[in-house]
Write a protein that binds this ligand. Structure first.
Ligand code: AMP
Length: 398
């Protein structure tokens, strides 16, 4: 894999696509700088090796036109504080102003250009817009795993202008290496925990994992479709009636491939989708008609933890209950804690996909997992086996 360490950098203009799509407060300040922190090693390496660093990113969903609400200016300020060095900002990403700002750079300087999604060409993957961006650089680095599944100008198309001079930044390289480590699952048994609300959004992942892991725990809302498919009564629980056959196919594929599927046996049911609902523990096959399962029950949690304790490689995608409500966070938290403990004893644990990452953060377990993916949608597509255009472009033009 070609990384920034393979580029010749001294005096060169390094055009770097980063993922600074950070949440902002109402006052326009950076609310969570996790993504900024993740890019510091790449930016520091480039600047310390004499490159002129030109950063590109998107922020939010502006309507292909400038919108002060989505300006990257506050991000430049937050980045400067974190880096402990000045970061220039230009209120345009292409055109004479941006070109002048770039040509004023000296080795080691860092410049952030304005939100690339202020331009209609970006999301269209427009070749002219990519050519204008390319004017800023002598080499191109992609470190934005979170948008690697988009064939946009700044994430993919621009790479064509840098044959032999493209590389992955450290965030990208770490994401690819860690997910591949799980998908290649050399350390067995390998376990995938797949939760969340819908089977329909996880079919491709489940199918692909069948060739790669020994055990799959299916939890959260999606488990009810599997229970219903086996004739269980799931009451008001979230259930995709149009995917009962899908659930049956996944179960028979697991059998064929020798993968052990673990479904919950009991459930914490509630009489309302509310943090103050009345609750009871019942068999997941026998949920009263007016009730809904919102978390794994104690027997299921215990069984899941036993599987976690035996695993050597683990992928976790999707919560095991409605963890956003404290009353239904227990299953996700307890299994999360078991993963953290097993990781301390040598398990390789990767948490990927938006909601499980938020859950792990909410429970303060992030630092105790082996690796937490920064890219939600991109990670899911990678796990599904799709070619991510942002990754492919670097491989093609490295
Ligand atoms: P996903 O985006 O498909 O990974 O689903 C994540 C969402 O699933 C979270 O917001 C959880 O609250 C929700 N979820 C998990 N378990 C359940 C459940 N038993 N009933 C309803 N929603 C659930």
């Amino acid at each position: 894999m070609k990384t920034i360490e393979n580029l010749s950098l001294s005096g060169q203009r390094a055009l770097v696509r980063v993922d600074f799509n950070v949440p902002l407060t109402e006052e326009g300040q950076v609310a969570n700088d996790k993504r900024i922190l993740a890019t510091l090693p790449t930016i520091t390496y480039l600047a310390d090796h004499g490159a002129k660093v030109i950063l590109l990113s998107h922020l939010g969903r502006p309507k292909a036109a400038p919108d002060a609400k989505y300006s990257l200016r506050p991000v430049a300020e937050a980045l400067a504080v974190r880096l402990g060095r000045p970061v220039g900002f230009c209120e345009e990403a292409v055109g004479p102003k941006a070109e002048a700002a770039v040509s004023a750079l000296e080795s080691g300087d860092i410049l952030l250009l304005e939100n690339v999604r202020f331009y209609p060409g970006e999301e269209r993957g427009d070749a002219d817009f990519a050519a204008q961006l390319a004017k800023h650089g002598d080499c191109y680095v992609n470190d934005a795993f979170g948008t690697a599944h988009r064939a946009h100008s700044s994430t993919t198309i621009v790479a064509q202008h840098f044959p032999g001079k493209c590389a992955f930044g450290y965030v990208m390289a770490a994401e690819i290496e860690n997910v591949n480590r799980v998908l290649q699952s050399s350390e067995r048994p390998a376990l995938a925990i797949v939760g969340g609300s819908k089977v329909s959004s996880k079919i491709d992942i489940l199918q692909r994992l069948m060739d790669r892991v020994d055990h799959i725990i299916i939890g959260g809302g999606m488990s009810f479709t599997f229970i219903k498919a086996q004739g269980g009564e799931v009451g008001q629980s979230i259930c995709e009636l149009d995917h009962l056959q899908t659930a049956r196919e996944i179960m028979s594929l697991a059998e064929q491939k020798g993968v052990t599927l673990h479904l919950p046996s009991d459930v914490l049911a509630a009489d309302d989708f509310s943090p103050t609902a009345n609750t009871q523990i019942c068999s997941i096959f026998d949920i009263p008609a007016a009730w809904q399962g919102l978390d794994a029950g104690p027997e299921s949690i215990k069984a899941f933890i036993e599987v976690v304790q035996k695993a050597k490689t683990l992928l976790w995608n999707g919560p095991l209950g409605v963890f956003e409500m404290e009353a239904f966070a227990g299953g996700t938290r307890e299994v999360g804690e078991a993963i953290a403990e097993a990781t301390e004893r040598g398990l390789f644990s990767l948490v990927g996909g938006g909601d499980s990452v938020s859950a792990v953060e909410q429970f303060g377990l992030s630092d105790r997992m082996s690796y937490i993916s920064t890219g939600g949608g991109a990670m899911l597509e990678y796990l599904e086996g799709k070619t991510l255009p942002g990754i492919q472009a670097i491989l093609d033009f490295a």
